[in-house]
Design a protein around this ligand. Structure first.
Ligand code: NAD
Length: 363
């Protein structure tokens, strides 16, 4: 079989890394294996032009290695653009550990992971992501300085979720200003999908401003708790896309804007915390624009968490964290204007600014 007659799917089988669908000029991909602790991890370093590659570690029971590799490639690339659009001197990276965080995560495994991170000499800096807790980062900190998201007791910036929520709220207000002419959310119907660490704080902030909140989650106890605490209306059915709301805030999982949902979305603004909300950045970004829906790019408005951990590296305090997070409002407005004047999607507008910053540093 010669290479030129190999079909694309076979190419991916033969070249699973550099030929991977999600490979995008990544600088370095590190496969970590330790028999004694059962650690199987992949560290993806997408781009270090602006600084060390920072991004969380996700522990997840991936169906197979291909899924884990895809995830780390996609997520590390996303971190490059998130840091660049936010104006941070950071590159993009991410790590995944293959396994069940509830049953397979041990202190020894985390220490061994810390050794792999340390071996990269600071090119990659880790943090918390799904399946990780502050305590795990504290264990990694015993091994290497190249970790953020450690406990406040050890000099860390603490839980990033409230700051992430505040940034999303700023992005939501900017999108409302662009779409409705006012950033006051009083009376606006807001659907929040996923009321976990970030979503609940958004419920709190929007309720204080007088918005009407509809909440949706797979966790029934959390729904009852949040509904009682903030007076939010519960929508039990997970199929939420046809709801008649002003704003849709995806705060649970990615790819909820896809071929099956996009035609039914009635919201005029989409602004939420979830990463990779558009299943296809180009196609679905364009369809949203055609439908006149103001989409606040996820990697721009959910950057509060990275701002929070960056503060640990730079050593600045809460006031500066808040100032930078509030600036998400201005950047989001700027992106909407660019999208209009250049007739491009908001996702593309944000991406172009981020790419220009990387290119300027390279040249
Ligand atoms: P979380 O796990 O605390 O909350 C997610 C919530 O979504 C949970 O309550 C879960 O039950 C719910 N959920 C899961 N599947 C669902 C479904 N199909 N329909 C409805 N609800 C569902 O996570 P989080 O920290 O609040 O983060 C929310 C999102 O924002 C995630 O996608 C995360 O990657 C992203 N994000 C978080 C941060 C941060 O600082 N925490 C930063 C950037 C991006």
């Amino acid at each position: 079989m010669t290479l030129d007659i190999v079909e694309a799917k076979d190419l991916c089988n033969i070249n699973p890394v550099f030929g991977n669908f999600s490979f995008d000029k990544h600088e370095q991909i590190v496969f970590c294996n330790d028999e004694a602790t059962g650690l199987k991890a992949i560290i993806g370093i997408h781009n270090t032009t602006l600084g060390p590659a920072l991004g969380g570690t996700r522990m997840w029971n991936y169906k197979n290695e291909e899924d884990a590799l895809q995830d780390v490639l996609r997520l590390s690339r996303g971190m490059t653009y998130k840091a660049a659009i936010t104006g941070l001197k950071l590159g993009g990276g991410k790590a995944v550990i293959i396994g069940d965080a509830k049953t397979q995560k041990t202190d020894d495994l985390m220490r061994r992971f810390g050794e792999f991170v340390h071996s990269l000499g600071g090119k990659y800096i880790t943090a918390e992501d799904v399946g990780m807790e502050t305590r795990d980062m504290d264990i990694v900190r015993d091994i290497t300085p190249y970790v953020t998201g450690i406990s406040e007791a050890r000099g860390g910036a603490g839980n990033p979720s409230p700051i992430t929520a505040y940034g999303v709220f700023m992005g939501m207000k900017a999108a409302a200003k662009y779409q409705f002419g006012t950033d006051n959310l009083k009376g606006k119907k807001i659907l929040i999908q996923g009321i976990g660490h970030v979503g609940e704080t958004i419920v709190d902030l929007a309720t204080k401003e007088g918005a009407q909140i509809i909440i949706n989650d797979i966790n029934k106890e959390q729904l009852e708790y949040v509904s009682k605490k903030y007076g939010a209306t519960i929508h039990h059915d997970l199929d939420i896309y046809g709801l008649d709301v002003d704003i849709y805030a995806p705060c649970a999982l990615g790819a909820t804007i896809n071929d099956n949902t996009i035609d039914r979305i009635k919201a005029k603004v989409i602004a939420g915390a979830a990463n990779n909300q558009l299943q296809d950045e180009i196609k679905h970004g364009r369809l949203l624009k055609e439908k006149g829906i103001a989409y606040a790019p996820d990697f721009l408005i959910n950057a509060g968490g990275i701002i929070n951990v960056y503060a640990e590296i730079e050593g600045y305090g809460k006031d500066e964290i808040i100032r930078q997070t509030e600036n998400i409002y201005n950047t989001t407005l700027e992106i909407f204007k660019l999208s209009e004047t250049q007739n491009i999607t908001t996702h593309r507008a944000a991406f172009n600014i981020a790419q220009a910053r990387i290119d300027a540093k390279k040249n």
